[in-house]
Design a protein around this ligand. Structure first.
Ligand SMILES: [Ca+2]
Ligand SMILES: [Ca+2]
Length: 222
């Protein structure tokens, strides 16, 4: 606190230093008493970045449930930290989520739905070569959480070399198996044959067993 814009008279004699405990947006109120020369600084957390700390007091507690419900009832815009389940909006589901957190000590992990796509070669089988973005090769999720890609009526003669990977979210940053899955359809010198080609992907299996390849011969014109 400087008097008359000159450092000749300033209070307190040592710089006032105050540290905030949590990240967030604060109201800062500095007061000076000219009689006692007392300098005082008050910091009030308006909005922190602690998930679930709806009242902004720096901790997640049952009081935050009450404040969250007040926000929902009043229709006032709640702070972003009130979006406890992190689905982008503040709703009654966040009250449930917040109570779950208070009871269990853990935030529920949101289910992230991925897209799995088969990308490989040859084009006769996959419609494109190593194209992670080919939506027509997106796998279909079954009830058991296992993904399936199927080509019914694949016609081949002799031995056809097949190589592929299963790609997550149309992006090569995650793909299985670690090395290309390589196999042959048919054998050298085999006649024209029709196949059902099935690729199965189990995201919950260990990395070596995530991808399975099944080949079924449906018709042999001989
Ligand atoms: Ca709180
Ligand atoms: Ca929410």
């Amino acid at each position: 606190m400087v008097v008359n814009h000159t450092w000749a008279e300033a209070y307190p004699s040592q710089n006032h230093v105050q540290t905030v405990e949590n990240d967030g947006i604060y109201n800062v109120k500095i007061t000076f008493n000219p009689d006692t020369k007392d300098v005082n600084c008050e910091l009030t957390l308006i909005q922190g970045d602690i998930r679930g700390d709806v009242d902004g007091d720096g901790e997640v507690a049952i009081a935050d449930v009450t404040v969250l419900i007040d926000y929902l009832l009043s229709g006032q815009t709640a702070p972003a930290v009130a979006d406890c389940d992190q689905d982008g909006e503040v709703s009654i589901a966040d009250v449930t989520c917040l109570i779950d957190f208070l009871l269990s000590g853990n935030w529920p992990v949101p289910e992230i739905e991925h897209i799995y796509t088969v990308a490989g070669t040859p084009t006769s089988l996959f419609g494109s070569e190593w194209d992670a973005t080919n939506e027509s090769n997106d796998m279909v999720k079954g009830d058991n959480g296992v993904y399936i890609w199927k080509y019914e009526g694949y016609v081949a003669s002799g031995a056809t070399e097949v190589a592929f990977k299963v790609v997550e979210d149309h992006n090569w940053s995650h793909s299985w198996p670690a090395n290309n899955f390589e196999t042959l359809i048919g054998t050298e010198g085999a006649p024209l044959t029709v196949y059902i080609v099935t690729i199965v992907f189990d995201p919950n299996a260990d990395d070596n067993n995530k991808v399975q390849f099944y080949l079924q011969e449906v018709q042999n014109p001989e």
